[in-house]
Structure formats: structure tokens, C-alpha cells
Design a protein around this ligand. Structure first.
Ligand code: GLP
Length: 240
């Protein structure tokens, strides 16, 4: 793993955006794995800036998001589909039909997960952006005794619902289920960029990067991948 600690959030955002733009400039039909949460927002802002400066075009790019809440449709402001349109897709030249998220409203979630895995198998991810949950989750792969390889529906842990409640009107509105790419699918990406900020994540960053490889810290599985770039701000990296 290559770990870079940045003095400021802006530097981290610019570096991560640069990695993604470089990938697309090298390979105009690149497949990007994308993440949500508060951490990537600044990265997406920077990508939009690079696009506006005509330093990159996404016309040939395909994207796959990590996860989506069960029960939220793309026009629900709390859905990850809405988030992606708001922060990235509506500002760049990517054709809508080249952007993919799991459909959290599918009647048959099992079939939806297989459909997503089939698409991923046909279009392997070149660069996967990841954030880190306070309990070590990546995507919505929660800590447990076993991790699932492919896309699957998950029950969200109370701590994850609480952490994400800030985006909802009330705790009751936070869905208790999500569909997420599995750790196996995430690890298939050629390059993984893990971006983490804030002192509240310093502990879990240390566990994930330097602790034992264990399903109780899903992000620790990243230690088994050949090309992971970890981008931290000073606070998130303070225990390393
Ligand atoms: C959610 C997402 C994760 C993300 C995590 C951390 O749970 N499913 O993909 O990494 O939030 O988000 P934040 O960056 O807001 O701390």
C-alpha cells in the first residue's frame, strides 16, 4: 500500500481527482468505481473543475457505484443515485446510460445483484474510489464473521445508520438495508484509492492499514490487494 498524508483536505481532493483524470486520459474508455459519503464530495468538485478546464472528458467512461439504499429511488434526494447526479454526473459529459448504481427499488433484489455482477464482470473496474466507515466498512460491507464476495443486500448496523442519519430528516428515515458490491468485487479493481479524512477515523485507519486482516474490519482486506493508494488528511493519519 502507498500511503500519502496531506496537510489539507484540498490537496487530498486535488490529488485523488488527478489520479482519476490521469486514468481516463490514459484510457478514454476507463471503468471507474465510485463511492458516496461526505469524503468524495470535494474530490468530485475537483473532477468537475478539471472537466470545466477541458483537462479531461468522460464521454467514453463507464462508472459503477459501490452501493445504494434499499427502497430509495433515484429521484429521492437521499439516494446515492441522486447524490451522484448532484455532485458529479450532471456536471460532466458522461452519457447517463454509462453510469450504473444498484437499483435499490428492484422487486427482486437477488436478481438485481446478479445483474450488477454480470455488468461488472463484463467491464472490470480500472480504478475504484473508496471511503471508510467508522467501523471499518467499505461500500456497505459491514464487519462480521464472513464477508460476501459479490453484490448482495445487507442489513445496516445501528452505528452505520447513526453515522449516515445526518443526511436524513430523522433517524427513522434512514433505510435499514442496502445493496452493496461485495469485498471480492471491490478487490478485483486494478487500482484502489482509499480516501479518508478526520480525526474520528484515525483509529480505524490504523486498524485497517496496520492491524490483522480480519472480516471484523472489512477494510483490512485491502492489505491483500497489490495496488492500493491510501490518501489521508493529517487528522486521519495521526495514529500511523
Ligand atoms: C457510507 C458509504 C460508504 C462510505 C461511508 C463513509 O456508509 N456507504 O461507502 O465510505 O459512508 O462516509 P463518510 O465519508 O461520509 O464518512
Amino acid at each position: 500500500m502507498d500511503t500519502i498524508i496531506f496537510e489539507t483536505q484540498q490537496e487530498l481532493d486535488a490529488y485523488a481527482a488527478g489520479l482519476i483524470a490521469d486514468t481516463v486520459n490514459r484510457k478514454p474508455n476507463a471503468v471507474l468505481g465510485l463511492a458516496t459519503g461526505s469524503t468524495p464530495i470535494g474530490i468530485y468538485d475537483k473532477i468537475v473543475e478539471l472537466y470545466n478546464q477541458q483537462k479531461v472528458s468522460f464521454r467514453g467512461v463507464t462508472t459503477f457505484n459501490l452501493d445504494e439504499y434499499v427502497g430509495l429511488s433515484p429521484d429521492d434526494e437521499q439516494s446515492y443515485a441522486y447524490y451522484m447526479n448532484r455532485h458529479l454526473f450532471s456536471h460532466i459529459d458522461i452519457p447517463q446510460d454509462q453510469t450504473h448504481l444498484p437499483d435499490g427499488t428492484a422487486d427482486n433484489l437477488e436478481a438485481e445483484c446478479r445483474r450488477y455482477d454480470d455488468m461488472l464482470a463484463a467491464s472490470p473496474v480500472d480504478i475504484q474510489l473508496l471511503g471508510l466507515g467508522h467501523n471499518g466498512h467499505i461500500g456497505f460491507n459491514e464487519p462480521g464473521t464472513a464477508l460476501t464476495g459479490g453484490t448482495h443486500a445487507v442489513e445496516l448496523k445501528p452505528e452505520t445508520r447513526e453515522a449516515n442519519a445526518r443526511f436524513f430528516a430523522s433517524m427513522d428515515d434512514v433505510p435499514d438495508k442496502a445493496v452493496t458490491m461485495g469485498v471480492g468485487s471491490i478487490l478485483k479493481a486494478d487500482t484502489i484509492v482509499l480516501a479518508v479524512r478526520g480525526s474520528d477515523k484515525a483509529n480505524i485507519v490504523k486498524e485497517a492499514l496496520t492491524g490483522p486482516i480480519t472480516t471484523s474490519v472489512p477494510a483490512s482486506l485491502l492489505q491483500t490487494h497489490a495496488r492500493v493508494i491510501v490518501l489521508l488528511d493529517r487528522e486521519a493519519g495521526r495514529m500511523l
